[in-house]
Write a protein that binds this ligand. Structure first.
Ligand code: NAD
Ligand code: DAU
Length: 357
């Protein structure tokens, strides 16, 4: 009998990297990718996996409970890895409702359907909820988030993720449901939607557009290459303990302005610009993000000590790989930047805050 794992949100940034990561390993399960293909989900991100008979795509929404019930009935999933979410903080500030729907109600649907399937003794053994370090709020100059750090979310996005984490924890404690949670820091790498800092800056530098840096650019994020996140997820999915949370991070803290400077220099070098003018001239300090968390840093020692996971990629090398990937994949970029994304940008940004995106 085939062993099916349900992956939600597999056509987004981390989900598509994760599916590719699994299919490149000696992996003997079948993957069902359930994705509603919002602006952030794109089948092109997995076009190279389409021919693999271990990969199956279902176009559908986690808000559709009837669909979830039918899929669990049909495929008798043994596990779920739940990536599907609205993921962009700025969007959550401009319009929180979709975050409440997908991140809270959608997670509840999935959790509850999986729980009933497990309770009926259908061979289900693991629900893995993918979450974020943003649930912990903001750090000052020192310290790092551990799994015991109290939740203190700042944005509608992080509040909705915190809420979904609490639901998962409640199902573990109340019903003994076998779930794990990973809370990860900022990812970067191929196939990230170009609304997020790193791909946005790479593309704006290439196209000689303004580089909008929020506030003074002094906020700090702890960066992790997406493939390292994928290896951590698989490690926790296979070996983590039911009911536990694991923090995932790369130990690569950088100020936003440092990232932007690095990217300007890298892209300038790659494009061999001959006029000698640095792209750093394109930097524009713009109005700060409301409720902007100052600093994130992850203490990933639990994952290291208990499960032996460590990141494999160095920040400088992986950032350069990422720049190369965007420069060589403009077809993907043009595809994801058309349609719904363009309409959203036109509606929400006059150009004052974001420059000419
Ligand atoms: P993304 O926005 O790139 O992708 C989200 C995917 O979910 C898209 O394919 C979208 O179509 C799909 N989706 C959205 N709503 C859906 C719905 N109602 N039903 C079915 N599919 C739906 O996000 P990402 O950056 O890949 O993040 C994936 C997960 O990882 C999220 O849960 C996010 O909170 C978490 N996370 C992200 C980061 C990061 O740095 N990007 C870091 C830590 C945790
Ligand atoms: O920490 C994990 C989180 O990382 C994930 O849970 C989120 O899904 C993911 O989007 C990311 O959230 P951030 O808000 O940290 O990422 P973003 O790329 O939007 O911003 C990174 C930093 O750069 C942040 O301090 C805001 C700043 N920024 C961002 C953009 C888009 C700018 O200065 N200018 C910009 O144009």
């Amino acid at each position: 009998m085939k062993n099916y794992i349900l992956i939600t949100g597999g056509s987004g940034f981390i989900g598509s990297n994760f599916i590719r990561y699994l299919l490149s390993e000696e992996f003997d399960c079948h993957i069902v990718n359930l994705d509603s293909l919002t602006y952030a989900g794109n089948p092109l991100s997995l076009s190279d996996c389409e021919g693999d008979d271990r990969y199956h795509f279902i176009h559908g929404d986690i808000l559709d409970r009837g669909l979830l019930e039918r899929l669990f009935e049909e495929y008798a999933f043994t596990g779920v890895i739940h990536f599907a979410a609205e993921s962009h903080v700025d969007r959550s500030i401009l319009g929180p409702e979709a975050f409440i729907d997908t991140n809270i109600k959608g997670t509840f649907n999935l959790l509850d359907v999986a729980y009933r399937h497990w309770k009926n003794g259908k061979g289900f053994s693991r629900f893995h909820h993918i979450s974020t370090d943003e649930v912990y709020g903001s750090l000052g100059e020192t310290g790092a988030f551990t799994e015991a750090t109290p939740y203190d979310p700042s944005s509608p996005y992080s509040a909705s993720k915190a809420s979904s984490d609490h639901l998962v924890k409640a199902y573990c404690r109340t019903y003994g449901f076998p779930a794990v949670i990973t809370n990860c820091s900022n990812n970067y790498g191929p196939y990230q939607f170009p609304e997020k800092l790193i791909p946005l800056m790479i593309l704006n530098i290439m196209e000689e557009k303004p580089l909008p840096v929020y506030g003074q650019g002094l906020n700090i994020r702890d960066w992790l290459y997406v493939e390292d996140h994928c290896s951590a997820i698989w490690k926790v999915f296979c070996d983590g303990k039911d009911g536990e949370t694991y923090n995932v991070g790369g130990g690569a803290e950088r100020k936003n302005i440092e990232i932007v400077h690095l990217l300007c220099d890298l892209v300038d070098k790659k494009l061999k610009r001959s006029d000698g003018v640095s792209s750093r001239n394109l930097i524009r300090y713009v109005q700060d993000r409301p409720g902007h968390d100052f600093r994130y840093a992850i203490d990933a020692s639990k994952l290291k000590n208990e499960l032996g996971w460590e990141p494999a990629f160095s920040f400088e090398e992986a950032l350069e790989n990422t720049v190369d990937w965007y420069l060589n994949n403009m077809e993907w970029v043009n595809n994801v930047r058309s349609g719904a994304y363009r309409e959203w940008l036109d509606r929400n940004y006059s150009g004052r805050q974001k420059g000419e995106l």
